[in-house]
Design a protein around this ligand. Sequence first.
Ligand code: MHF
Ligand code: KIV
Ligand code: MG
Length: 287
Amino acid sequence: MAEREKVTVRKIVNLKGKKPIVMITAYDYPTAKIVDEVGVDIILVGDSLSMTVLGNPSTLQVDMNDMLRHTAAVSRAQPKSLLVADMPFLSYEANVNEAVRNAGEFLRVGADAVKIEGGSEYTDVVKALTRAGIPVMGHVGLTPQKHKLLGGYRLMGKTAEEAKEIIEDAEAIAEAGAFSIVIEYTASEVAAEVTKRVKVPTICIGSGPFCDGQVLVIHDVLGLSDAPPPFAKKYVNLKDIIASAIKSYKDDVENNRFPQEEMYWHMKDGEYERLLNMLRGVTSPEP
Ligand SMILES: Nc1nc(=O)c2c([nH]1)NC[C@@H]1CN(c3ccc(C(=O)N[C@@H](CCC(=O)O)C(=O)O)cc3)CN21
Ligand SMILES: CC(C)C(=O)C(=O)O
Ligand SMILES: [Mg+2]
């Protein structure tokens, strides 16, 4: 197979209307290698890391340190896929200067772009990052970092008023310079309307098929999540596969089948006898 070229932000923008964009999360080096070998368009180091990998109740618990460590790990896989890092809660909201400095840290550890949650209220951040040469992916609809304000992880844009707000948010973010926009858990009509109205690609999760691409959390795809959202599709039950492998190992150890002969090693000829003599206090010359 021909060597895949590095996916750039420009290439992602040019995919709109050409081919559905494939995006999936990854949080560590070995997983990123597998995902990149398959050849997806975009790898997202999502702040869903907080729940999927770190066992926290929401995305609010992860900070810059957590996100940088996992972005660096994924970056070491040297993915050809575009590498996007989620900016964590409180890393871009307080002011634009902080947002630029924090976003820059992600590029320093190997990210190609960052993603921020929010609409028209964050156009100043999108503009400042773009001005600094940091490509920004937007994220509208359900924005999990605001789940306490929104009233849970609910479907967004069910009413005309809420739908209009989401569409205006997406348009404002695109206008401010975002190179693409994630639309999470909205009515499918809302995602379709945004996709029609903005010139950058939309990448949807739980918002239907009328988008330029799709994104899922890898733990949901692999069947490793405790409580996957209603829109996730499980392609394999890795939980059962992993449990069965660990059970085989446990059975082998408990029944003296592991390790086998070819998996352990011996001292040099005669050395064991010399050792026994040494332990008895009898010395013998080295051979
Ligand atoms: N593993 C995983 N997959 C995800 O897609 C994901 C995360 N984690 N964490 C961050 C956000 C949170 N997401 C979620 C989480 C739960 C629901 C969910 O269960 N919604 C219910 C109602 C829940 C409520 O009212 O609070 C529903 O029926 O809509 C939806 C999206 C999507 N994102
Ligand atoms: C679900 C995607 C879009 C995300 O933001 C995450 O994984 O954190
Ligand atoms: Mg996220």
